[in-house]
Design a protein around this ligand. Structure first.
Ligand code: PEP
Ligand code: MG
Length: 554
């Protein structure tokens, strides 16, 4: 490979040496027993524990807690002895570790609750020890010695969230898609990223690559000239965008609020310094991904206060917990489901565990009062008007004034006329809306084309939602990843969308795009996109018809 094409999910150019994030390795089926197995096993577990412990000093408190708890498992004598007993019974050392790990995982799972949630950590410890025995790179992100571009099959949300931003220049994954959470987190952390790159498996530690997060390309061993050319385009874009400040609006003055998507305190601080007009989506579940028990009202209020503080007097749209499917929260687990994306997730979970919702609403209300932020609250995965009414009542009972719903299920979009009558605002989650409109799992990289927000069918559903909001005189925004695509932003504005929420790094380009077009031009671009036969045709048509200065920096 010299230049490989994937999907660009986080803008910018990164140039540096590769560090491969190891995948778990299975012990060979014919692994022979060895005389020094006991020593090897003890050594492998001790090495795993020391490696995890050595990383604690370099991460924040949440990540440090995860690392030290995992290291303790690696030092657990019963796990080590269990593996040694299996080796003595005739297993090869890696097979013995695998067997003991599985046995302990079964026991943890049978105990349920806190222990069941630790089964994944145990698997991680087992995988690391097996890799140590077989002299294979450890799975997961290794200790980083310097600046690098990470290459992985995929990264779990918790893994991405604990990355060292000062060292990770870029991210490449073999799996994933435009709306996978690795993509979303990378964009929020402003790390250039390309996902769904088939050639990722052929990259090795130390290979020099250039990641172009805008074009979605990865150049292996690029010439100096190539890096310079790409950097020049990025510089041209930077200088155009430097003058893009102020409120989001079309050339003829129609306002389109530009807001930030955030996942926690650090994101909030970055967003506040980036010239956005508030927060359009605070994904609260991201804060609690590694919590093993439900956070108390006080714990939540403290975190929300820190998130709201930089936004006194500004809008902060807080989404209540969207647990389930691709964002499992251990403490909100309702058990195994055949199809979690179609199961009791989002607001459906709140119906079964109302105490979680009430605690969260109370905490949001306290933090809003303490900080003076204009907290708007919205529910994920609302399917119909009855659900919207149920949620609105509960939010208002908690003293919160502005309540909304995410429109990410096609039924809610098609019936927005009724749904929007129950609430004060709507926000289109185009990631899930594309998933459910096209019946294509957003976690499945191979289905990226179906998940493309330029799919004319998805745009028809967006248009229906916008029309339903406008009949009720209620604002409808977009907070899915499509809001950060400057050409799509023009289309959305043309469909009557009044706010766009995105990774803060996308805001200047979207602001510039809007400023170059009148509302009537946006409406014409929307018509072009919706009239197209394929997503590709739609994007091309809009690209060809938009302002040439914008097209030259995309
Ligand atoms: C969406 O579905 O578009 C959305 C914004 O929510 P999430 O990506 O967190 O599911
Ligand atoms: Mg969603």
């Amino acid at each position: 490979m010299t230049v490989a094409q994937g999907i660009g999910v986080s803008a910018g150019i990164a140039f540096g040496p590769i560090v491969v994030v190891g995948s778990p390795i299975t012990p060979p089926a014919d692994e022979a027993p060895t005389a020094d197995a006991e020593n090897k096993i003890r050594h492998a577990f001790a090495a795993v524990a020391s490696d995890l412990e050595s990383r604690i000093a370099h991460v924040d408190d949440t990540a440090a807690g995860i690392l030290s708890a995992t290291a303790m498992l690696a030092r657990d004598p019963s796990l080590v002895d269990g593996a040694i007993a299996r080796a003595k019974a005739g297993n090869g050392p890696a097979t013995a570790i695998d067997g003991a790990t599985r046995e302990f995982m079964d026991q943890f799972e049978a105990l349920g609750g806190y222990f069941a949630e630790r089964a994944t950590d145990l698997r991680d410890v087992g995988d690391r020890a097996i890799a140590a025995i077989l002299d294979h790179p450890a799975p997961g992100v290794p200790t980083l010695q310097g600046e690098c571009v990470l290459v992985a099959h995929d990264l779990a949300p918790a893994e991405t969230a604990t990355l060292d931003r000062t060292k990770v220049l870029g991210i490449i994954t073999e799996a994933g898609g435009r709306t996978s959470h690795t993509a979303i987190l990378a964009a929020q952390m402003e790390i250039p990223a390309v996902v769904k790159l088939a050639e990722a498996a052929h990259l090795h530690d130390g290979d020099l690559v250039m990641v172009d997060g805008d074009a979605g390309t990865v150049h292996l061993d690029p010439t100096e000239e190539t890096v310079t050319q790409h950097r020049a385009r990025v510089d041209r874009r930077k200088s155009v965008l430097a003058s893009s400040t102020g409120l989001g609006m079309t050339r003829d003055g129609k306002q389109v609020k530009l807001l930030a998507n955030i996942g926690g305190v650090e994101d909030a601080t970055i967003a506040a310094g980036s010239g956005v007009e508030g927060v359009g989506l605070f994904r609260t579940e991201f804060v609690f991904l590694s919590a093993s028990s439900a956070p108390s009202v006080d714990e939540q209020a403290e975190i929300y206060r820190q998130v709201f503080s930089p936004f006194t007097g500004q809008r902060v749209v807080v989404r209540t917990l969207d647990a389930g499917a691709d964002k499992p929260l251990p403490f909100a687990n309702l058990g195994v489901e055949e199809n979690p994306a179609l199961g009791r997730r989002g607001l459906r979970l709140s119906a079964e565990r109302p105490e979680l919702l009430d605690a969260q609403l109370e905490a949001i209300s306290i933090a809003a009062k303490d900080t003076g932020a204009d907290a708007w609250v919205m529910a994920p995965m609302v399917a119909d008007a009855q659900e919207a009414a149920w949620f609105a009542r509960r939010v208002r009972e908690n003293g919160l004034g502005t309540v909304g719903v995410m429109i990410e299920v096609p039924s809610a979009a098609l019936r927005a006329h009724h749904v929007m009558a129950e609430v004060d605002f709507g926000s289109l989650g185009t990631n899930d809306l594309a998933q459910y409109t096209m019946a294509a799992d957003r976690m499945q990289g191979e289905l990226a084309e179906l998940l493309d927000p330029w799919q004319p069918a998805v745009l028809d559903v967006v248009a229906a939602a916008s029309a339903g909001a406008s009949v009720n005189g209620k604002p409808m925004g977009v907070c899915g990843e499509s809001a950060g695509d400057p050409l799509m932003a023009l289309v959305l504005a043309g469909l009557g969308i009044s706010s766009l929420s995105m990774a803060p790094s996308r805001v200047p380009l979207v602001r510039f795009a809007l400023s170059q077009h009148t509302f009537a031009q946006c409406a014409r671009l929307a018509h072009l996109a919706r009239s197209a036969r394929t997503p590709y045709d739609g994007r091309e048509a809009v690209n060809a018809a938009c302002d040439p200065e914008l097209a030259s920096i995309l």
